[in-house]
Ligand binder design. Structure first.
Ligand code: UDP
Length: 238
């Protein structure tokens, strides 16, 4: 037994979170720091699943804007998420953790295929499970992958790490008087047209009544504090 408020969570990191101050790719120092935060939370007793985006390498929409066929671009984006997942697996293992990458597209020379029951078994055995390649289909994002996997594995919270410390009524970078919400109902997010996650991901979370917490992962220790029950960032719930 642990004293944690959350038993099993899924943490969504954007690919850009791995970039640090670089323009592209992965900054090893940033990767190490994020992995250390995940390990700290894991060692406190939580079952942790991760979804990492691919925007630090490729996004299908960006490639399509440059003239590439969208489906091919999205497939490249999905492969980019596999690259990030492998990097995180390595960083977690360097810190003594056990981690498994499971991909929604078959690429099983480098990682496991996503099989729900096996994923749950990994979590129960204390392995940090990294879900790669989103939902495995073009025209989706890793936000959708995160919401889908969180519901499938019975996570009690979906954590979305962002560069700001929650959801505001207007962009806090442009408006210093922007007000942050502590909590929001799903319906308020829609009514106020707030950008929490992409629409498909948000609809899935809402329909499954999966609570979301949007928080700033740049703040050291934030992940563990949330797992212990602190109300950092913004909670979106039913
Ligand atoms: N992608 C996709 N299907 C999915 C998940 C991702 O086609 O289910 C592609 C899509 O092109 C996306 C890219 O992979 O832009 C990288 O994912 P995302 O944009 O979600 O990464 P993030 O913005 O979180 O770094």
């Amino acid at each position: 037994m642990t004293d944690l408020a959350h038993r099993r969570v899924l943490l969504k990191l954007s690919g850009e979170a791995l970039m640090g101050d670089e323009d592209y790719g992965i900054d090893p120092k940033v990767l190490h720091r994020l992995a250390a935060e995940v390990m700290e939370a894991h060692e406190a007793g939580a079952e942790i699943a991760l979804v990492i985006g691919g925007g630090n390498i490729f996004r299908g929409a960006g490639l399509a804007a440059g003239g590439m066929e969208r489906v091919t671009g999205d497939q490249m984006g999905m492969l980019a998420t596999v690259i990030n997942a492998l990097a995180m697996q390595d960083a977690l293992e360097k810190l003594g953790g056990k981690a498994r990458v499971m991909s929604a597209i078959k690429i099983n020379d480098v990682c496991e295929d996503y099989i729900r029951r096996r994923a749950i078994r990994h979590l129960e055995k204390g392995r940090i499970t990294i879900f790669a390649a989103g939902v495995g289909a073009p025209f989706f994002t890793t936000d959708s992958g995160a919401a889908l996997r969180a519901v499938e594995i019975g996570a009690d919270l979906l954590l979305k790490a962002t560069k700001v410390d929650g959801v505001y009524d207007t962009d806090p970078k442009k408006h210093p008087d922007a007000v942050r919400f502590d909590t929001l109902h799903y319906s308020e997010v829609i009514a106020r047209n707030l950008q929490v996650m992409d629409t498909a991901a948000f609809a899935l979370a809402r329909d499954a009544a999966l609570p979301l917490r949007i928080f700033d992962m740049d703040e050291p220790g934030a992940l563990l504090r949330i797992l212990r029950g602190e109300a950092l960032g913004t909670l979106v719930h039913a």
